[in-house]
Design a protein around this ligand. Structure first.
Ligand SMILES: [Zn+2]
Length: 155
């Protein structure tokens, strides 16, 4: 048993980082929807992958700090990155995808799985905000507008 465990750990440790499931930690409904959508995209020859899915509070806090430094004020930074208690990445309800052509494909066809682009200013950010087959709701101008109107317990 010890040898088997060590072997498994060794294989895990040497696996490339992208071998970890890109949907790890996501809300199961979002993970399933994305897996189905990406399978279809790949079948159609469209590149599509998750660039950022579930984030820890610490990761989001670092991004928030970086955002404050980059944008100069909390009001401006919140349009692009939210603090941990407001981010749907921390709750596992959001994915950022790439490349841009893949994101455009997902924006066009994602509604089949209930996947929708959420913000006008972020072509890469998607959430499961619809029911499969139902057109997506209108986009919010940015994350700050939605957070201010809907509160932090999203979605
Ligand atoms: Zn995002």
């Amino acid at each position: 048993m010890a040898l088997t465990s060590l072997g498994a750990m060794s294989a895990w440790a040497t696996a490339p980082a992208h071998a970890a499931p890109e949907t790890a930690g996501l809300d199961p409904a979002l993970a399933t929807a994305y897996e189905q959508a990406s399978t279809t995209a790949h079948t159609e020859g469209v590149d599509l992958w998750i660039t950022s899915g579930k984030r820890s509070r610490a990761e989001q806090q670092q991004m928030w700090r970086d955002g404050l430094a980059r944008y100069g004020s909390a009001a401006e930074a919140r349009k692009w990155v939210l603090p941990p208690n407001e981010s749907t990445h921390v709750s596992g309800h959001a994915i950022d995808v790439g490349p841009q052509a893949g994101a455009a494909w997902l924006e066009r066809y994602g509604y089949r799985w209930g996947l929708c682009r959420t913000f006008t200013n972020e072509w890469w950010h998607f959430e499961k905000t619809s029911i499969p087959g139902v057109p997506c709701p209108a986009m919010w101008p940015n994350a700050a507008v939605r957070a201010d109107q809907m509160g932090p317990a999203l979605p």
